[in-house]
Each structure stands twice: as C-alpha cells, then as structure tokens.
Ligand binder design. Structure first.
Ligand SMILES: O=P(O)(O)OC[C@H]1O[C@H](OP(=O)(O)OP(=O)(O)O)[C@H](O)[C@@H]1O
Ligand code: HPA
Length: 188
C-alpha cells in the first residue's frame, strides 16, 4: 500500500473525498489486463497512452498484460487549469510509431464530455491501423455528449470532478494513489 492514502485531500483550496481505493483500482486494472491479454494474444498490440492523465493507469495496466506488446504516447489538452472542458482540443504531441496495419489500444484516464476520445479515434483512424480499441479507466456516463466508441471501461462514475491516480486539478494531485471526488458539484 502507498503511504499517501488519506481519506480526504485539499487541492487548490477545494476538498475531495475518497471515491475509489487503491485496492479497488488494482483489482479492476488486473481484470482489464486479463481481458486484453486474452483478446490480443498473437497480435502484438501497441498501447497508445494519452498524456498527461493516463500515464499512471497505462503503466499499471501494461504490467497486467502478459503478451508481447508495445507502447507510445500522444499528448492533448482541453481542460487547462479548469474543471470544465474548454470545448477545444489542442494537440501537443503526436505518436512516433507507425501504426499502419497495427492493432492499437488507445488508453485514457477519463472520458468526460467525450470530446478528446472522439477526436483521438478520428485522428488515429487516419493512420490506417488494423484495429483500434479504446480503454478508459473512468467514464462519466451522463456527461458524455460526443459520440464515443468505448470498448473497455474501468468504472462508470457520476458527473463530479475527480482527482488522483494521474488525474489532476490545475496540474496537482496526479500523484495520489487513489481516486478522490469533489465534495460539491463544480457546476453549482
Ligand atoms: O472527455 P473530455 O471532456 O474530453 O475529457 C477527458 C480528457 O480530459 C483530460 O485531459 P486534460 O485536457 O485535462 O489534460 P491532462 O491529461 O494533461 O490532464 C483527460 O486526461 C482526458 O484526456
Ligand atoms: O473529473 C476530472 N478530473 C480531472 N481531469 C478531468 N478531465 C476531464 N474530467 C476530469
């Protein structure tokens, strides 16, 4: 267990409470790893992680996958330092790998409005992969209003701002080992 597992945390002046424990995260990530290992046996998939948020989930997920696989990263930004999407995606880094005819597993930490995932699937499709599957640790089901293809979802969560395990609030809180949820609705 991490030594950094408080029940509540304060980040940028706002209070968050525990929502998903380290054990719940570990168990679900292991299940997803098993599913992917079976599905992609013999296919040498390439995991593509979306920086920054997905880096912790992706590193844990890949260590639960027991078949040959590769990894690359791209970087987007749409939230800046805010709790609501700017509504625009900014490309900050593309992948280096050639994914033509490859089996791609696109890994996000969270699908909220769906804007980023929708944008990314379109962007990667243009590189002619053999297949694209999407994985997200968290899905804010009721907040998603863009069309998204979601193949593997860790947890469906309510429309409340979350923090930890890679997810930030104005760049802080990514190093928390568990997932925390804002004590009041950010839209109120
Ligand atoms: O479904 P959406 O409304 O598009 O929200 C999801 C996106 O927002 C976050 O990225 P962010 O822009 O905050 O960058 P970060 O990963 O560096 O924190 C998250 O990592 C997803 O990429
Ligand atoms: O709830 C959230 N928390 C952190 N980052 C995010 N990016 C989209 N939604 C969220």
């Amino acid at each position: 267990m991490s030594l950094f597992n408080p029940e509540t945390v304060t980040c940028n002046g706002e209070t968050f409470s525990i929502y998903l424990t380290q054990q719940e995260l570990e168990e679900r990530v292991a299940e997803l790893g098993d599913e992917l290992s079976s599905k992609y046996e013999g296919k040498n998939p390439i995991f593509i992680g979306v920086l920054n948020g997905a880096y912790i989930f992706l590193s844990d997920l890949m260590r639960q996958v027991d078949i040959p696989c590769e990894v690359d990263f791209l970087k987007l930004s749409s939230y800046g330092d805010e709790k609501v999407s700017s509504g625009e995606v900014t490309d900050l880094k593309d992948i280096d790998a050639d994914i033509e005819d490859r089996h791609v597993i696109l890994v996000e930490d969270i699908v909220d409005t769906g804007l980023s995932m929708n944008y990314l699937v379109d962007k990667l499709q243009k590189k002619n992969p053999e297949s694209i599957a999407t994985v997200t640790l968290l899905h804010k089901t009721e907040a998603t209003h863009h069309d998204v293809q979601l193949d593997y979802v860790g947890f469906e969560i309510p429309t409340l701002f979350v923090l930890g395990y890679g997810l930030d609030y104005a760049q802080e809180g990514r190093n928390l080992a568990q997932i925390y949820i804002l004590d009041s609705d950010p839209k109120e």
